[in-house]
Design a protein around this ligand. Structure first.
Ligand SMILES: NC(=O)c1ccc[n+]([C@@H]2O[C@H](COP(=O)([O-])OP(=O)(O)OC[C@H]3O[C@@H](n4cnc5c(N)ncnc54)[C@H](O)[C@@H]3O)[C@@H](O)[C@H]2O)c1
Ligand SMILES: [Zn+2]
Ligand SMILES: [Zn+2]
Length: 334
């Protein structure tokens, strides 16, 4: 009998507890068993907690952004014991028309960890090896844990070519917006960051030199070649569109189910391009790791806190406060 482990458990929205469970002993041929190191709390975990996702299943174990070490591997799993890996946030079927085109991010049958299927916030988990990505040697855990949310941005910014000196704005400086700011700076963009919360703007500003801040209420006639929308509200999406220069591009990363109105005449007359971008494919995850492995790629301010698993309540309430960027749970410290 293996020693009991701890996992988070959400009986219903707002009802989050920690409990002991018996880890499984048998694993499938295609699976790996991981000892979890870190778990980043994501906006979607908070949406599940707040009961904002009608399709979320309860009870559930929350979480998807985990970093762990392989402690057992099925015979077909391509990872050896001891390999560090990070998890995908969802599964995909590999067979639908989109998966067959390599677009596993829009798989018709995808299931989201911690939302529609049990999540990954546990000290030990078993997962299909298809849904983990190996961490490059030497990459510190505190950077590796950002690869999952960063892959979202790597995917999104492949939709536009950013050359040095181009003007760019990021609307919303949470984890995704801050990581977008980091990558835009890395590509040499002349960057402006926007957020209704000045604390968040300052954190994003600290990612590089000469980053300008602009409060959404102070916008006059500023316009940008590239605008990344990463706040996900009706107001922010509509404002982001207004900020796009003629011939420019808006990339929608933020998610809102509200209807948005864009003046169609501007899209046509000013040749505005709007790209939607949802999660990523495995290559984006690998590219995220490659960027995080560059010592000069600054992302440290994106992690606000790393807290022991036992302080999960405080961690969730900090994350919910809106005043922090990424809050990470440490599964090895209880
Ligand atoms: N497309 C994808 O694959 C993908 C992946 C992850 C997250 N998301 C979505 O991206 C968005 C950002 O995710 P996150 O985890 O960074 O969330 P977050 O809550 O940490 O960040 C959102 C930020 O937007 C700011 N904000 C709110 N209203 C604003 C406004 N009107 N103008 C400017 N800023 C405003 C908030 O203060 C906050 O700092 C969310 O909508 C999330 O659902 C999308
Ligand atoms: Zn996430
Ligand atoms: Zn599919």
């Amino acid at each position: 009998m293996l020693a009991k482990k701890l996992e988070l458990y959400m009986a219903k929205p707002g009802d989050l507890t920690i409990k002991e469970y018996q880890p499984v002993q048998e694993i499938g041929d295609n699976e790996v068993k991981l000892e979890v190191i870190y778990g980043g709390i994501c906006g979607s975990d908070l949406s599940v907690y707040k009961g904002k996702l009608p399709y979320a299943q309860f009870p559930c174990r929350p979480g998807h952004e985990i970093l762990g070490t392989v402690i057992a591997a099925g015979k077909n799993a391509p990872y050896k014991v001891g390999t560090k890996v990070a998890s995908f946030p969802n599964t995909y079927c590999g067979e639908c028309e989109f998966c067959r085109q390599g677009k596993t991010n829009i798989c018709k049958n995808k299931k989201s960890f911690g939302v529609t299927i049990n999540g990954l916030f546990a000290q030990e988990i078993v997962i299909d090896a298809e849904f983990v990505v190996p961490v490059p040697a030497g990459l510190p855990d505190e950077r590796a844990v950002l690869a999952e949310p960063f892959a979202v941005i790597v995917h999104a910014l492949k939709k536009v070519s950013v050359s040095p000196g181009m003007s760019a704005a990021v609307v919303g400086c949470g984890t995704e917006g801050s990581l977008a700011a980091a990558l835009l700076l890395h590509r040499g963009a002349d960057l402006t960051v926007m957020d209704v919360n000045p604390v968040k703007m300052q954190i994003a500003q600290s990612l590089g030199k000469n980053v300008k801040t602009l409060h959404p209420n102070d916008v006059k006639d500023e316009m940008f070649d590239v605008v990344v929308e990463a706040a996900g509200t009706k107001a922010s999406v509509e404002q982001a569109f207004q900020l796009v220069k003629p011939g420019g591009t808006m990339i929608g990363v933020g998610i809102t189910s509200e209807n948005i109105s864009y003046p169609a005449i501007r899209i046509t007359r000013s040749e505005i391009t709007i790209h939607g971008s949802i999660i990523y494919v495995k290559k984006d995850f690998e590219d995220a790791f490659a960027l995080l492995s560059k010592p000069d790629f600054k992302v440290d301010p994106v992690i606000s806190k790393i807290v022991p698993l036992a302080a999960y309540h405080q961690a969730f309430s900090d994350a919910l406060s809106g005043n922090f960027v990424k809050v990470v749970l440490d599964f090895k410290q209880t």
